[in-house]
Design a binder for this molecule. Sequence first.
Ligand SMILES: Nc1ncnc2c1ncn2[C@@H]1O[C@H](COP(=O)(O)OS(=O)(=O)O)[C@@H](OP(=O)(O)O)[C@H]1O
Length: 396
Amino acid sequence: MAYRSLTSRVGSAPHRLTRRFLFIFTLSLSCTYLCYSLIFCCDHIMEGRGYEDRSCLLVQDAGSKKLLQKSPACTLSVLAKEIQPQAISPAPEGKERRPSEEGWSNQNLSTRAGPVRTTPKTTDQELKFNNNTTTPKLGSKRLPQAIIVGVKKGGTRAVLEFIRVHPDVRAMGTEPHFFDRNFDKGLDWYRSLMPRTFDSQITIEKTPSYFVTREAPQRIFSMCRKMKVIVVVRNPVTRAISDYTQTLSKKPDIPSFEELAFRNRSAGLVDTSWNAVRIGMYALHLDLWLQYFPISQMHFVSGERLITDPAGEMGKIQDFLGIKRVITDKHFYFNKTKGFPCLKKTENSFLPRCLGKSKGRTHVQIEQEVIDDLRDFYRPYNIKFYETVGQDFRWE
Ligand SMILES: Nc1ncnc2c1ncn2[C@@H]1O[C@H](COP(=O)(O)OS(=O)(=O)O)[C@@H](OP(=O)(O)O)[C@H]1O
């Protein structure tokens, strides 16, 4: 008996040791597993939809370019889906399609439903449309985030030349006419024309005919619904005379301004089919743009104030673009010979520069009576335009 209890006590000591060892081993294994699971789980939280959605929302909601760039993956995905011009069928004749109307979603504008619900994937299409041309030192060619859409003879060249002095803006020098004449050439063609930019810079182009091109708002919207649209407007009567003066300088044999402007002069019937007259009916054209873009996404520059107070107008443009007010009155001087404000230095040179000879021409002399009749004709359009824009341009 004494022997049995002795052996059982002697035999249980290593047994207990083994059990203790097994217990500690199991405990440490469990701890390791728990830690691993926690880390593993966190990884999944970071990659989960909630995170992606938030980064996409930045792109969707932010008007500012800087936010766009903070979530590049989403931006790429948004761009790739938005820009497929060949797939956009024209709106039915006489009826512009509103973005909210049915059927629009079939036109590769799936981003309206929101990239927020899409897991960004890099497809061949995306690679094609996105920054695969990036060269770290030179930047990359990007589609514009802001466009000066008009108006012809409003002062669009002055705005472009002034804004490109800003270090955060790069502009295409010539007019690409993509959304009117060259739309068939496709977005790759359009983008290839753009200057190289860094992430912090805005790409901008100007084509004054866009404002009066029926398809332009829809096409621009389908490329980038967050596009910042700039319109430089000028007294429509002066604008028409400026337009006519330009045409006359190229074709000296055209009929007189008066002959072209009126269908029946004595009855005071204005010929609205003449482009020089039609362009100045701003309220009509603006209606089409407002079917796609909210007024807050459009900025209207006074062509008159651009001459009398260029720094003031440029200040407002910089605010609209969400960039620092770098261009101030220090950048301008009034050139008495030219009769216009000029830049003290430009984007590429420290020398002063005025716009070319075709900007600031002496206008053809037009009878005061003709001017008065045209002013009367434009009055209702102007008033409607002031009301819509919320600015009085004082053309009366
Ligand atoms: N700083 C400065 N220098 C020269 N010209 C200036 C300037 N600011 C505005 N303007 C006015 O710009 C008018 C030409 O407008 P656009 O550049 O839009 O013309 S175009 O549509 O690109 O042909 C041009 O019209 P005209 O005066 O009729 O020639 C100018 O009045």
